[in-house]
Design a protein around this ligand. Structure first.
Ligand SMILES: NC(=O)C1=CN([C@@H]2O[C@H](COP(=O)(O)OP(=O)(O)OC[C@H]3O[C@@H](n4cnc5c(N)ncnc54)[C@H](O)[C@@H]3O)[C@@H](O)[C@H]2O)[C@@H](O)CC1
Ligand SMILES: [K+]
Length: 491
């Protein structure tokens, strides 16, 4: 299986909790795995655990308990800090259990001089480094820095839990950190460890299985939303996204849904470019809309110079809702996409779309099954597994992020594939696709395409589920829009 980044691992952890697999269960599996690995390398002897106050330390407490039950090990635990400062409930309770686990020494060390004068270093056969894990921020403080030095100068066999302490997966250059003989990382190999530069710190890297459930990895969950940009308290108008919706003509409801969904998702500015035949109607829906009128009653290449100007002042274009399929309209769509930096293409925008788009920027397409089959010139395979492969290959070849709508949505950028199962059968009502395009557009304005597409279908489905709780089969697209804010607040 492929390596993942530490930040992806964090998302998977959160998805596990979202599905009901608690951090406590994962910690138990992590610690048990470490203990198994130690006992496979050392029949008997003294194992000294250096644990910090985060969950990395929690893994060590569990491992110490599992090891101590075997009797042939002398297990010692040094906690860096006061027990009251242990950061999580899981780690706290595993620390408390140590007092009932036959550990020969439990010490609380609050400053570096205590650590330096500790006299148990020589006796250790193995030192387990659980001082800092993937939760490290900034450069290493005291007493952690001294702990790292002492571990490195011990001359002992050092096993790092998850990641050598001090190594920051986000840092360009490694700072002060442990040099281990063995690193036991969880669930999957980490991409960061594939760099030969880091091998001098990790030593051998072994992956410990911690029982992550498969859907936490395959399906979009709350963890996938952590990488979405949060609004900063000091942000200015426009910083949270400027979305240009190009739609309408033969229809006028669709671009209204798209624009309203984009606003509710948090976009700062949403402009709707519509033919003037429907501009007044669209305007009348909400004073929150900025409506830009294009002469005539459908989109044409003639409008391109005006659209070009609008695109300059917007982060993303959402094109398609209610556009119609006039020959000239489809020509205009092709020209707009060839010049856009970021675009979401939906509905009529997908009709006759030629992929890959020559010269365009990043594109997310949001087809349903029939639209996808037309674009791929192939019918959709019958199983989800085969569909994932097909959508992945299609996205890679066509240079787009595909969000294939269905009872299980499939999202792919040609490299990664995710499924989404939020949403319900009540959402087959008209207008829901327009809403999805608006949500995705608002997220795409300030995020990566894949994050926006995954986050978009998850949020849209959750909003639909909340609306369904209240309205049942009578739910309307507008009910879903009303629930977007509730979903966004809960994330
Ligand atoms: N979340 C989960 O479900 C799982 C997490 N696991 C473990 O949890 C670890 C991540 O846990 P945490 O997020 O609690 O992070 P850490 O265990 O890395 O600890 C973070 C804490 O260390 C301190 N700290 C941060 N930066 C520091 C610095 N520069 N100098 C000194 N102290 C610093 C802070 O008090 C912070 O709260 C992983 O590495 C892994 O070992 C495992 O239990 C498996 C499952
Ligand atoms: K560590």
């Amino acid at each position: 299986m492929d390596a993942i980044t530490f930040s992806r691992m964090k998302a998977i952890d959160i998805n596990c909790a979202y599905l009901g697999l608690s951090p406590m269960q994962l910690m138990e599996n992590a610690g048990a795995g470490i203990a198994r690995e130690i006992s496979s390398r050392l029949d008997s002897g003294t194992v000294l655990f250096l644990a910090g106050r985060g969950n990395n330390g929690g893994d060590a407490f569990v491992a110490a308990r599992h090891l101590a039950i075997k009797k042939n090990y002398n297990v010692k635990v040094l906690l860096l800090g006061r027990p009251s400062r242990i950061r999580t409930e899981e780690s706290q309770s595993n620390f408390s259990l140590l007092r009932h686990s036959g550990i020969s020494e439990i010490m609380e060390i609050t400053d570096s001089s205590e650590l330096k004068s500790y006299d148990g270093w020589d006796e250790a056969d193995i030192i387990v480094d659980a001082v800092l894990g993937s939760g490290i921020r900034g450069s290493v403080r005291e007493p952690e820095a001294t702990a790292i030095d002492l571990i490195n100068n011990s001359g002992k066999f050092v096993i790092s839990v998850d990641i050598p302490s001090g190594l920051n997966p986000d840092a360009e250059v490694p700072g002060k950190c442990v040099s281990a003989e063995l690193t036991l990382t969880f669930h999957r190999m980490k991409k960061e460890f594939l760099s030969s530069d880091l091998r001098r710190f990790t030593g051998e890297v072994k992956v410990i299985d911690i029982g992550v459930c498969r859907d936490a990895e395959d399906f979009v969950g709350k963890g996938d939303l952590i990488s979405l940009r949060r609004r900063s308290p000091t942000s200015h108008k426009g910083d949270s996204g400027r979305v240009l919706v190009i739609g309408g003509g033969p229809y006028f409801g669709a671009p209204v849904f798209t624009a309203m969904a984009a606003l509710r998702t948090g976009a700062d500015i949403v402009t709707i470019a519509v033919p003037e035949s429907v501009a007044d109607t669209v305007s009348s829906y909400s004073p929150n809309f900025i409506v830009s009128r294009m002469p005539g009653d459908f989109l044409r290449p003639y409008h391109l110079s005006k659209i070009r100007e609008l695109m300059e002042s917007h982060d993303v274009v959402v094109i398609g809702p209610g556009l119609g399929r006039e020959k000239e309209t489809l020509e205009a769509v092709a020209s707009i996409l060839a010049e856009s930096r970021k675009a979401v293409v939906d509905a009529d925008g997908l009709y006759r779309l030629e992929l890959p788009v020559q010269g365009g920027g990043e594109i997310i397409i949001t087809p349903h099954a029939a639209e996808y089959s037309r674009l791929a010139e192939d019918s959709l395979p019958d199983t989800t597994e085969k569909r994932k492969d097909a959508v992945n290959a299609f996205s890679g070849q066509k240079g787009v992020v595909t969000l294939l709508k269905g009872s299980t949505d499939i999202v792919s950028d040609g490299e990664n594939v995710r499924l989404n199962s939020t949403g319900n059968a009540g959402m087959t009502v008209g207008g829901t696709g327009d809403i999805l395009a608006g949500i995705v557009g608002a997220l795409f304005a300030v995020n990566d395409a894949m994050d926006a597409a995954c986050g978009g279908c998850f949020i849209n489905g959750l909003a639909g589920d909340l609306a369904f709780e209240q309205k049942g089969w009578g739910l309307l697209a507008s009910d879903i829009i009303e629930k977007i804010t509730e979903v966004m607040k809960g994330l």
